[in-house]
Design a protein around this ligand. Sequence first.
Ligand SMILES: Cc1cc2nc3c(=O)[nH]c(=O)nc-3n(C[C@H](O)[C@H](O)[C@H](O)COP(=O)(O)O)c2cc1C
Length: 210
Amino acid sequence: MPRTATCSGMMRSMQKDDIKDWPDHVAAVPLDKAYRLLNHGPTVLVSASHGGVDNVMAAAWACALDFAPPKVTVVLDKSTRTRELVEASGWWVLSVPNVSLAALTLGVGTDSARGMPDKLLKHGVGTFRTPDVPVPLVVGCSAWLACRLVPEPHNQQTYDLFIGEVVGAWADERVFRSGRWCFEDAPRELRTLHYVAGGQFYVTGESLQV
Ligand SMILES: Cc1cc2nc3c(=O)[nH]c(=O)nc-3n(C[C@H](O)[C@H](O)[C@H](O)COP(=O)(O)O)c2cc1C
């Protein structure tokens, strides 16, 4: 299948370095390009960990905030168990799920670990880890951003708004290469998700190069 104008002619610049044991197709994303993983507005999975407890929830309200050092925002409601773990550890990971994980995304966004301690098991959430990031990443996603909390107690308390500095970013090379998403020539299952309501998502669609 021919590549689109968006993807063609680009040099592969990302290197596999300390991630040899990771899932296939994963490559580091330069931090100055990390914002592009969220530019198109995907729904994400927020993972957090503290005291030996891991958790994952869905978040539609995640956004790029700054280029260098790269920062992102995410809204974490006070009712969520994930927020508690973020506040306790100062870390979270945004994993960018795709079509193959749509049911999982809805599941971890519907059930809370507060009433369901085996939530990750129930929803079949697989995780893996990377050195220097004390939070698991979700298996099967199309990209990941490791975030260290930039404490802003007023924003957190008043708006449930958490700011994180991105200290590591990775993506599946089949859909993100040379600093850009390239969904056109990859399986549909790797396309990212945009939440509407009531269990409905849109799938990231066609490219329009201007
Ligand atoms: C697609 C989707 C998007 C969501 N987006 C957000 C969000 O941006 N912020 C938020 O606080 N909750 C959001 N939620 C709700 C949480 O994911 C939900 O409350 C979850 O059960 C919290 O899990 P926890 O208590 O185990 O952390 C979303 C739910 C879904 C299904």
